[in-house]
Design a protein around this ligand. Structure first.
Ligand code: SAM
Length: 214
């Protein structure tokens, strides 16, 4: 039986201070998926890192529930910290890989964000690209009618990869900044995510995909 490794990134970075351990414990107790009461047209972000965008969106859209799924502990702590500091009642975070959470997700999402995913651009690492057609098809099954999946990357090799994968599974998509939801356009006017700011590829350009569910 094939046993595919599911995660290649880092789960922990800098050692957590005792104050951060407290924030983590409190978040894991009170602000995970179980705390979401209103699933109506919710927003999901996968691999949000420090959660800059999902926190901004939750703060600016208090009537919509938001869920972040992020395996990196230091990232999850930042999300829990925002929840506590800003008193956000509509943001939850699962500190786990998406593959362990996906089956718990109902079909309720109006927006699913994947911002600057790991590029794995070396050929020998290409099989680590777990955000592929099969996963995107699964995500589209969790969208409400009219819902969208938004992907943003600065890596031209990922652009080609996503185009091929989306065509393989027959998902309709458009490319370009104009199609981004207003909340992301507003966020990008003021900030970007940590990896968006780094823009580590040589392209120095961002590419966006919006995948639609009819
Ligand atoms: C390149 S970083 C981008 C982080 C953030 N979106 C940004 O723009 O700053 C990729 C993120 O994906 C997360 N990630 C990697 N594998 C994942 C998985 N299987 N499930 C969920 N997130 C994952 C990593 O922990 C990391 O935070």
């Amino acid at each position: 039986m094939e046993c595919r490794k599911l995660f290649y990134g880092r789960k922990i970075g800098r050692k957590l201070s005792s104050a951060k351990v407290k924030i983590l414990d409190n978040g894991l107790k009170n602000n995970t998926i179980k705390s979401i009461k209103n699933w109506d047209k919710a927003v999901l972000e996968i691999g949000g890192g420090d959660g800059e965008f999902i926190s901004f969106s939750a703060e600016n859209r208090p009537h919509i529930s938001h869920l972040e799924v992020e395996p990196f502990i230091n990232g999850a702590v930042k999300v829990f910290e925002n929840i506590q500091k800003k008193g956000l009642q509509n943001l939850a975070c699962e500190n786990d890989i998406f593959q362990n959470v996906q089956e718990k997700l109902p079909t309720v999402f109006k927006e699913i964000y994947i911002l600057y995913p790991d590029p794995w651009h070396k050929k020998r690492h290409n099989k680590r690209r777990w955000i592929n057609g099969v996963l995107l098809l699964f995500l589209s099954s969790r969208l409400v009618s009219g819902g969208k999946i938004i992907i943003r990357t600065d890596h031209p090799s990922l652009v080609k990869f996503f185009e091929t994968e989306l065509k393989k599974v027959n998902l309709s998509f458009v490319r370009g900044e104009d199609h981004l939801p207003n909340i992301l356009k507003d966020f990008l006017k003021i900030y970007n995510t940590k990896y968006g700011r780094k823009n580590m590829s040589s392209s120095k350009k961002d590419f966006s995909f919006v995948i639609y569910k009819d």
